[in-house]
Design a protein around this ligand. Structure first.
Ligand code: HEM
Length: 527
């Protein structure tokens, strides 16, 4: 771009800053935070990457509620569970919108992404549909199919057992992708390189780039959207993202509608028609696609972090988990969802995964549509509210000492049998709390239980030296989801029973998944 264009844009930004500066009606001060500069505020101090690390350091210096100024845009970072619940939970009527920060994303999705919608009537209509298929009771109907896919994962890992080990992501991604595509659209996924799955993954990566705070200047200054396309490169990117997503979602939705068995596409289409909802079918197809996107990464990556924990954090938790499994389940069958009430330690392991490596360490931001006062501070109207999930999950007052270590016992009462009621930050807050949390918890629980029952999980071996390749427990990507960097692991059967039990039922692809779907449909009919 020409220097004169830069100067013109910079001038425009300064002008806009002055015009759009927010006026407060409260005499209370803003929350504390790093010292801003005139006009740019704290932009020069804003972390370029892995912001949650900086937010944790800031919370130690400035306390549980911090204000930063990004070119006039107030950002409020919340670092304790209490503050996050008080604002985003108890004051949900004010704190449930989404920031304009995502204008680039809105462009990319033409306002159809549920995750990015404000808390409007249109959003609530989508939320009611999601809840009708994802809440605790409907989610329980999916358990047999989730257990079947977990069994398939055990078959896949067993088949590749031995040798130097393999990259971990693929088999877990296939499992989660297959669970959600079967339930939503009626087709199983046998290979993580299936083009439908690769397309979802590629779109999720692009989406993660769109929602990077500060990545698109248009987010701060929507007026820049009026620039011609050659000065606004995000427009073409957004258009391409939208049309690729539209085609994929439409194809999957049609596949669901045309399939013989019950599935969520058919079920929700019927609900929309029966209830006379004002929702065109392409909007419903987008709704289903949002569920796929939201489900795939978070669930897969939490499972991969569990593998990292097994390799780098085992100070006895694996033996404790196995002792519980062997006492309750025995060695003649895989653990099943019905075992859950008798396996509190496994539930504690699952909760510790979410706490130790919350896959969204900076949360998903909210926005307050009214000015608020809290604990002697003013929170200006239109602030971006960031739940500092990484730090909240490390509150020693709640979770005890050594918060950076993986210690499932912190979730259990002294008797080791009952779970404590500790708050979990990973699924968000208030009216925007993740509707897929029951679904995700169920998948993670069964996979973790079956993995611990079946395998010794160790670091992969170097092809040259045969020595284990160390796994760095904190090496991760930066984006909407915190993903472990690629690493190899070995999954060795714990004993001869493993092969016998896993092989006994044979390959799960011979099972009639359409019959399982119809059974879910029959259970839905009773709800
Ligand atoms: C471990 C797995 C998962 C994690 C960590 C996770 C986390 C989150 C978070 C933090 C939010 C935003 C909450 C907020 O704004 O306060 C969210 C929203 C959402 N999640 Fe999940 N999620 C997971 C799995 C799932 C699954 C399995 C589904 C569906 C099957 C799902 C569907 C959604 C949807 C539709 C939204 C948008 C809700 C809204 O904007 O109000 N998620 N999720």
């Amino acid at each position: 771009m020409h220097a004169a264009t830069y100067t013109a844009i910079f001038g425009l930004l300064i002008g806009l800053y002055i015009v759009t500066r927010r006026k407060s009606t409260s005499s209370l001060p803003l929350p504390p935070g790093p010292k801003p500069l005139p006009i740019i505020g704290n932009v020069h101090q804003a972390p370029k990457s892995h912001a949650w690390r900086t937010y944790r350091a800031w919370s130690k210096e400035y306390g549980p509620i911090i204000h930063v100024n990004m070119l006039g845009q107030p950002v409020i970072i919340l670092s304790t569970s209490e503050v996050a619940h008080d604002l985003m939970g108890k004051r949900g009527a004010i704190f449930s919108d989404r920031p304009r920060l995502f204008l680039a994303t809105e462009l990319a999705l033409k306002g159809l992404n549920i995750l990015m919608m404000n808390y409007t009537e249109q959003f609530r209509q989508h939320q009611r549909l999601q809840v009708s298929v994802l809440n605790a009771t409907p989610a329980a109907a999916y358990l047999p199919f989730q257990a079947l896919e977990s069994h398939q994962l055990m078959c896949d890992l067993l088949e590749n057992a031995g040798g130097a080990g393999a990259d971990v992501q693929g088999p877990f991604q296939r499992t989660v992708a297959s669970i959600i595509h079967t339930l939503l659209y009626g087709f199983r996924v046998k290979d993580c390189n299936d083009p439908v799955i690769r397309a979802v993954i590629q779109l999720n990566e692009e989406f993660s780039e769109f929602v990077q705070v500060g990545a698109h200047i248009v987010d701060q200054f929507p007026i820049l959207n009026n620039l011609p396309s050659f000065l606004a490169p995000w427009k073409a990117k957004a258009e391409n993202h939208y049309s690729t997503k539209y085609v994929l979602r439409d194809q999957n939705f049609q596949r669901g509608l045309e399939s013989d068995a019950w599935n969520i596409s058919k079920h929700l289409k019927k609900t929309v028609e029966k209830d006379g909802l004002d929702m065109p079918l392409d909007e419903l197809a987008f709704e289903l696609g949002t569920m796929i996107d939201a489900a795939l990464d978070g669930t897969t990556d939490s499972l991969v972090w569990f593998v990292v924990a097994c390799i780098t954090q085992d100070r006895g938790f694996v033996t404790k988990a196995r002792d519980e499994l062997d006492a309750v389940v025995g060695r003649d069958r895989l653990p099943a969802p019905d075992d859950k009430p008798n396996l509190p330690y496994i539930t504690a392991v699952a909760e510790e995964i979410f706490r130790w490596r919350p896959v969204g360490p900076e949360g998903v931001p909210h926005l307050n549509k009214e000015e608020a006062t809290y604990n002697g501070y003013t929170i200006p109207k239109g602030s971006v509210i960031v739940p500092n999930v990484w730090t909240i999950s490390r509150e020693e007052a709640l979770f005890g000492p050594d918060p950076d270590d993986f210690i499932p016992d912190r979730w259990l009462e002294e008797d080791g049998k009952k779970l404590k009621t500790l708050p979990s930050a990973v699924f968000g807050y208030g009216r925007r709390t993740c509707p897929g949390r029951y679904f995700a918890r169920n998948v993670i629980w069964i996979v973790v239980a079956q993995l611990l029952w079946s395998f010794d999980i160790k670091a992969g071996l170097s092809e040259e030296t045969g020595e284990p390749i160390p796994v760095d427990p904190i090496a991760c990507t930066y984006g909407l989801v915190m993903r472990a960097l690629p690493f190899k692991a070995t999954f060795s059967p714990r004993d001869s029973q493993v092969r016998k039990v896993i092989a006994r039922d044979g390959d799960t692809y011979s099972k009639d998944h359409a019959a399982m779907l119809n059974q879910i449909g029959a259970e839905f009919a009773k709800l």
